[in-house]
Structure formats: structure tokens, C-alpha cells
Design a binder for this molecule. Structure first.
Ligand code: MG
Length: 350
């Protein structure tokens, strides 16, 4: 294996958002002026950016880029990206492909700053084009140099691509730093894959409201609008390479909703390294396979979809089941556990 797991461990320092639980927020659960009602967590709000200087994230945010390194970002296949860091910004290298976060996010408040190339080249969709995606590459908030650069409305800067134009065009001139502040509500799906509730976006562009809690129709394709296709609630955030050297800085996320374990989207080749049959004893074999970006295993007659919380630890969301993969001597082993149980050792069959 390459250096990715180490990078991941560094990027994945366990952070549990100190967000109030949904029950705490529901006024029906409290009498008026209830002294037992939890006080809101204290957060240092940081400070906002200027054109010359990047701002500082609130104290409870997960900082995805602070101007120094790309440790939270990889190419879409999980390998190191060829995007570069220059003068405190990360810059798209045209032709190098999209980038994504190692970590997965569900409902969130997100801040990101971007700047189109100072010398405008091309026009319409060819000028300063990038995109900020939730759900891996499913839902795009368009990034474009829309300053004095007409294009189709639902492809303008701050549009929900191919669905909703922004309420106003709040673009700054190319070369200047601009900001998005996004409230993202992830779509939810029923166990059988049907849509339960759609994705929602509220967006401020340079502090100006441009999307007011709009309901997405599904994926934001070039020619298609949806339909929704079931996917995990938490997935990486991605940024588009659309052939223009757009720059980014000061990217942070505040996770909303129920706190939980950090989740990561591992490279297929890391997951494939775990795929195989694991022998608990000669009558008991656990079958580990991969489905898309998740491991899946059959254990004790049950099927479990597993989510990565580190490069070698996985957990199920349907019940309290974990697995940890290890190398012991010249054997690959897995420890399957339930709750606080110490774990059941299983040897990988060759
Ligand atoms: Mg785009």
C-alpha cells in the first residue's frame, strides 16, 4: 500500500461536532425557560477574509484547506491529486481531473472561496469554470466567471447547475476572491432505494442570498435532471476540473445534525485489499466484498454494508457491528466485533 492510509489518519483526526442534538432543538420537548435545557456550545466565530488575507474558520469547523497543504484532498480514485498549492491557494491544473475530500459529509454548513483567472480567457461556459459538488459528483453548485460574461441562466455562477439560476448575479471581477456559504441538506433514501426526501441548498454568494432553500430535482447533469439514485447520506465533497485554473482557499465545513463517527471514502484499491474470505473456524467463513465505495460482508447469515472510519476500521449503521483488518506475522486477519465485545479473529484465506 502507498502512503494514503497515513495521509488519511492525519486528515482524519476524530472530530465530533458539538452540535446540539435534534431533540434539544425541538421546543415541544421543553417547558418555557426550562433551566435544564442545554446551553448552546460556545464557538469562536473566527474572522472573515479580505481580498489580501484569508479568514479563519469557526472553532468547531473541520478545515479542509487552510492555505498550506492538500492533505484532505485526493484525485477521484483516491490517489494523490496533481492540483497545486501556490501563494496560499490551491489551484486546478487543467486536465488533472476533479478532486474530492477523503472524508464524507452529510448535512453541513460549508464555506469556500474561489477566484477565476485574473486574465479572462474564453467566454460563456469556457471562462473560469469549475464547480463545487456534494454527494461526490452528483450535485453541482456552479462556479464560473460570470462577471460581464453572459451564459445560460442555469449555468451561471452560483446556479444549481441545470436546475436553478441564482436569484441575483453577485459576481466579483476575475482575479478577485469570492465566497460561497452553503447550507447543504443531503437527500435521504428508503432502504429499498426510493427517495425519502430531496436534497436542499441555501447559498450566499459574496454574502448575498442567491439560493433560498431550493429543493434539488436530483443529479445535476449537463442534459439530465435527476432522477435521484440512492447513495449513502455522507459522501465526499468534490471540486471540478473544467479546464480552467480556478483557485481556492479557506475551505471549511461545520457538520450539522446528529454527531457520529467520522466517515471516509477509501480508494477502491485499498478496499479491494480487504476483499476475500475470512475463516473464523472451518465451519464459519465470512465473505467480504466491495460494492462501489463500500465494503459489504456476510456474517452469521446476515448482510452488512460497512462504512470506513479509518483506513482499516469499518462499521455498520444498521446495528452495532465493527470490523478491523490487520496484518499479523504473514497473515491477513480481520477482527469482527459486536458492541464492546473484544472481537472474533478470522484469518484471510489465500
Ligand atoms: Mg462547472
Amino acid at each position: 500500500m502507498n502512503s494514503l492510509p497515513l495521509r488519511l489518519t492525519l486528515a482524519g483526526t476524530a472530530l465530533f461536532a458539538a452540535t446540539a442534538l435534534a431533540d434539544d432543538l425541538d421546543p415541544r420537548n421543553w417547558i418555557g425557560h426550562d433551566r435544564t435545557r442545554p446551553l448552546p456550545p460556545v464557538v469562536d466565530p473566527g474572522f472573515t477574509s479580505t481580498q489580501d488575507k484569508a479568514g479563519k474558520a469557526p472553532s468547531d469547523a473541520i478545515v479542509l484547506f487552510d492555505g498550506s497543504d492538500l492533505s484532505h484532498w485526493v484525485a477521484m480514485n483516491g490517489e494523490p491529486t496533481k492540483w497545486i498549492v501556490k501563494d496560499g491557494a490551491m489551484e486546478c491544473v487543467p486536465g488533472s481531473g476533479y478532486i474530492r475530500t477523503l472524508r464524507c459529509f452529510g448535512d453541513a454548513q460549508v464555506h469556500v472561496e474561489f477566484a477565476a483567472p485574473a486574465k479572462p480567457e474564453g467566454n460563456s461556459q469556457g471562462r473560469g469554470n469549475s464547480g463545487f459538488f456534494f454527494g461526490l459528483t452528483r450535485y453541482e453548485i456552479q462556479i464560473l466567471d460570470s462577471y460581464d460574461n453572459p451564459t445560460y441562466a442555469d449555468g451561471s455562477c452560483a446556479s444549481i447547475y441545470n436546475q436553478y439560476p441564482p436569484l441575483v448575479n453577485a459576481s466579483r471581477p476575475p482575479g478577485q476572491w469570492q465566497s460561497y456559504d452553503i447550507i447543504w441538506t443531503a437527500p435521504r433514501f428508503e432502504p429499498d432505494g426510493r427517495s425519502r426526501s430531496p436534497a436542499r441548498v441555501t447559498l450566499f454568494h459574496n454574502g448575498v442570498l442567491v439560493q433560498n432553500n431550493v429543493e434539488l430535482m436530483g443529479d445535476t447533469g449537463w442534459v439530465t435532471r435527476g432522477p435521484y439514485r440512492a447513495h449513502p447520506e455522507k459522501l465526499p465533497i468534490s471540486i471540478q476540473d473544467h479546464g480552467n485554473p480556478v483557485r481556492f482557499r479557506n475551505i471549511w465545513v461545520r457538520e450539522l445534525g446528529k454527531p457520529g463517527r467520522p466517515e471516509f471514502f477509501l480508494a477502491d484499491k485499498v478496499l479491494d485489499g480487504y476483499v476475500g474470505k475470512y475463516e473464523v473456524n472451518k465451519d464459519w467463513i465470512v465473505d467480504v466484498s466491495r460494492r462501489g465505495g463500500n465494503l459489504f460482508f456476510q456474517w452469521a447469515g446476515e448482510d452488512f454494508l460497512m462504512f470506513a472510519t479509518s483506513p482499516n476500521r469499518f462499521f455498520a449503521k444498521t446495528t452495532d457491528v465493527q470490523v478491523e483488518f490487520k496484518r499479523e506475522g504473514n497473515e491477513d486477519v480481520a477482527y469482527f466485533s459486536v458492541g464492546e465485545d473484544g472481537g472474533m479473529r478470522a484469518r484471510k484465506l489465500r
